[in-house]
Design a protein. Structure first.
Length: 237
């Protein structure tokens, strides 16, 4: 078994999901609003409640609008103000990614948010999957001071992106964490860890095939059995 262990981050969209994910074995939570938009900035009230009921780190999404990652100047102002408020509410880290129109990393905008976050770690999210040159972007993101990159290997899901993910893991070494995520399944863990460089994964662990009414009645969409499967696979690495 490797040491240190490979960590499991789970994205959550409400307080019930947060409690279930933490109880089931998540090592860290990514707190978001709007599952249908792929994650937007949550409110400080949600963060305040979640922090009362879980004792694992909670990283918070900073994404003011969906559909793209090339934000307006006003969007960037909103992101900065939300970071300040969420930091006061106890965020343990932040998750964001900002691109230019040519699909390169907007280094100036990212640097401003990283400076505002100060000692809190920042993750560059799946905006990475839209960059024009992933290896140039990797170097830019590393130089900016991000601690990790969330990526599906520039494919719709991790399963299709394994080849690039392996190359990114090798290139990143110990300088920055490559965190595979997006359609993550337990059976992808061993292929991704062939180099021994896998440190973290991101998996939604959501229940499948339930109606909206069933989901509302059960409150949480986190599949505890699936979380257990992920933890078992990670423990065997």
């Amino acid at each position: 078994m490797s040491d240190p262990k490979i960590s499991l981050e789970i994205p959550i969209f409400n307080a019930d999901d947060a409690v279930t994910a933490a109880r089931s074995g998540a090592d860290r939570l990514e707190l978001c609003a709007s599952y249908t938009e792929g994650g937007l900035t949550p409110g400080a009230g949600l963060l305040n409640v979640v922090k009362q009921y879980v004792d694992i780190p909670v990283f918070v999404m900073l994404r003011p609008v969906g559909g793209h990652f090339n934000y307006s100047e006003l969007d960037l102002e909103v992101m900065a103000e939300e970071l300040k408020l969420l930091k006061l509410s106890g965020a343990d880290g932040f998750v964001f990614g900002i691109l230019r129109s040519d699909k390169t990393v907007n280094k100036e905008a990212c640097e401003k948010l990283i400076n505002l976050a100060e000692e809190l770690p920042c993750t560059f999210h799946r905006a990475f999957d839209e960059v024009s040159d992933p290896f140039t972007a990797l170097e830019d993101i590393k130089a900016l001071g991000f601690k990790r990159i969330l990526t599906s290997g520039q494919q719709p899901g991790v399963g299709q992106g394994i080849d690039l993910l392996k190359r990114l893991l090798q290139r990143a070494g110990d300088d920055i964490i490559i965190m595979p995520g997006g359609g993550m399944k337990p059976e992808f863990i061993n292929p991704l860890n062939q180099s021994g460089r896998l440190k973290e994964i991101h998996a939604s662990c959501r229940k499948k095939g339930e109606t909206d009414n069933e989901s509302v009645q059960k409150r949480s969409m986190i599949d505890e059995t699936l979380v257990t499967q992920f933890k078992k696979e990670l423990a065997n690495c």
